[in-house]
Design a protein around this ligand. Sequence first.
Ligand code: ADP
Length: 645
Amino acid sequence: MAQNSQIATEWEWFTNYIEEIENNTAEDLLINKEEKLQAAKDIENKELESKIAKELALIHIYKTNNLEEAMPLLIRAMEIDEASEDEISLIFTYLGFYSLFEKVEDYYYGKEFLNKASTLLRNYNFPPVRIFINQKLGYSYWSTGETGKSIEEHQNILQYAQKERIPKVEAKANTDLANIYKDISSLDKALEHYKNALSIYRRIKSPVEEAKCLNEIGDLYLIRNDSKRAYENYIVALDILNDLSNVEANRASVYNSVANYYLKENNPGKAVENLAISNRLAQKSQNQLLIQETYAILSKAYKKLNNYQKALEYSELYKALDDFLQKEKNDRNILKIQSRYTITQKQNQIDQLELNKIQKEFELEEERKFKNFLAIMVVLAAIIMILIFILFISQRRSNAKLKTANEKVKTQNQELEDLNNTKDKFFSIISHDLKGPLNSLTSFSGLLMNHTSSLSTEEIQMLAKDLDKSLKNLFALLENLLQWSRSQTGNIEFKAEEIDLTEMLNENKKLLEKQADNKNIQIEVKNTKSVKAKAHPNSITTVIRNLLSNAIKFTEDGGQIKMGVVEEENQFVVKIADNGVGMPKEVASKIFRLDTKHSTQGTAKEKGTGLGLILCKEFVEKNGGQIWVKSEEGKGTIFSFSIPK
Ligand code: ADP
């Protein structure tokens, strides 16, 4: 409904403004108009700009007849309304266009704008504008020869006005219909509608319209040769008009009718009398058509009076005026063509713009699609590149891993090979060592078997003593070998237990004391308090016994051996020192090695196996420790081994 109030306001403005144009001079109307239009443009008030443009256009249409000025103003207003989608404002812009085309009698274009306005108006319920448009459509159809459609429009208005009781509109629709029926010679229908209009105008007291109807009704009666009735109507019309002012044209029209009546009655003298009055009135009203009509009847009347001179005079005046009117019509035609051209051009422009817009949108859409496609491709390419990179990196990593693994395998293989070589060498040495005592054993046993009778008891005893010595040596070698091989095959379980190192040193001292005594060697254990460590008892005691036995073996008569345990931060270090023969540096570097078995005789010619220290190293390492030697030839030796805490 807010929209209806807006359309009501606009309608009021439209009708008032047209009235204002009628009642004012062009100069007054145009005062400040251009400035106001410029101001509206400056402050960018589009709504106001559209309205002022329309006002200016209407002034040029109805007052200055400058349609060339009016057209661009209306086009501007249309552009603004279309851009802002202001439908109501656009309806009145279309009505402005209609006014322009109506002015040049271009009803084809006029109709088009009325139909545009009519379509927009469907969204609103505001009868006055609907009626206005339908009336104008009725006139346009009439002018373009579409009589049926024209009658239909006026009939619709009539029905609506009757239903809604709007007498003024009802009366107007009746006269419009009557005019059409009169033109197509449906005289009965024409008469009926004029009579209807007449009674309404009487009722609502519109004397000028009433008189016009009476005049028309009179004319119809005159056509029907009912002169008496015609005359009666003319007289009433004149009675009404004579009491009014500013109705010269209407009066002139009735007097012309009266003149026609007298001509029909074959009274040209009376006709000329009435025509004199109508001519004066018509001249005063400046209504060219009326003047022309008067001239025509005057010429006819004078002809009947046989005054050919006068008849010719009026005939020429008629023609002169006709020429003038024709010229005006031609001018209008030129304007009509110009206006049509401008509006068609404008329409073409709009169509072209629309086309360009669609084209542009299409291009933009294409561009957008292409950009999307590109973006997707770039992303895909990036993903593929990243994947390739990742693949490359992982390949390189696994290659590196493989390489290190290969290297490890290689070094392990090398180590294994080395170890195997070492063991091969070791076994060849051992087998040689085993062969030695066994050879001497077989030669002993051979001697005993073959020469038993020739050998003395002392000799046999000596041989048996040597045999025993050889066997003991062999036994020691085998025992060491067995122990070593057990440790190698993992048959000895080096399970750590709590041991007392001091106690262990003392036990071994006791065990080997007899041997030491034989060589007058003193053994001293430095520690008095117990030293508790965690290690495998059997292996550690074997190591101590081996080291102590060596110390006794390689120390001269009357020598000294010292044993002890030193506690360090992370380990215990067991030391066994003697002041015996010692050994050169190159020997010290060989004694723990498997591949260079080294053995020398003891100070009392004790034989060795060369396996003891190798076993010691093996056992110490199985307990997580290390073994090392410090020795000086002729001064003595210190063996040390560690046990981690
Ligand atoms: P064996 O004593 O049976 O020969 P070992 O492996 O026990 O075998 O010792 C190897 C060699 O190391 C000895 O033959 C000797 O030359 C040297 N050796 C070992 N202990 C000592 C020591 N306390 N003083 C000097 N030389 C030693």
